[in-house]
Design a protein around this ligand. Structure first.
Ligand code: 4NP
Length: 150
């Protein structure tokens, strides 16, 4: 799961998808990262932690890291939160770029095409809730699209 800062959107996506996997006893390796290094080592944004906890998901242990090109080898799928993340992942991946692995996360939802998950950074609790709800739908779709054990 990749966004710009790895403190608002992608930690939520990581937390939500991990919760799905826990419920289904799946041992998927799920991580998140940012294309920028502004917040490396920091915990997720307070408002992301808050909205996650309101939905019984604890993301407080996560720590921000920057996307590295080796992630392209380590993961089968890489979900970008928005179009700019996609472009930045491509640039950071250099020779390791694999177009088949990188997806816009909302494209997993069949009724949504080529839309961005809005960045709630500097936004209200309502903005963080909207982001959470979009990511819930996206992660539900990821389970439907890639999990054979329904
Ligand atoms: P994120 O949000 O990409 O969803 O984690 C942001 C976090 C930090 C910044 C921008 C967006 N920033 O400019 O520091």
């Amino acid at each position: 799961m990749v966004c710009l800062g790895n403190i608002c959107r992608s930690p939520l996506a990581e937390g939500i998808l991990k919760e799905h996997c826990k419920k289904k006893n799946l041992n998927w390796v799920i991580e998140s990262a940012g294309t920028a290094g502004y917040h490396v080592g920091s915990a997720p944004h307070n408002q992301s932690q808050k909205v996650a906890l309101q939905h019984q998901i604890d993301i407080s242990e996560q720590r921000c890291r920057k996307f590295v090109k080796e992630d392209m080898d380590r993961f089968d799928l890489i979900f970008a939160m928005d179009h700019q993340n996609y472009i930045d992942i491509k640039q950071l991946s250099e020779e390791k770029w694999d177009t088949n692995k990188v997806k816009l996360i909302l494209n997993e939802v069949h009724s949504i095409k080529n839309k961005d998950v809005p960045d709630p950074w500097n936004g209200t609790d309502k903005d963080f809730l909207y982001t959470f709800q979009l990511l819930e739908i996206a992660c539900e779709s990821i389970m439907n699209n890639y999990c054979a054990f329904e």
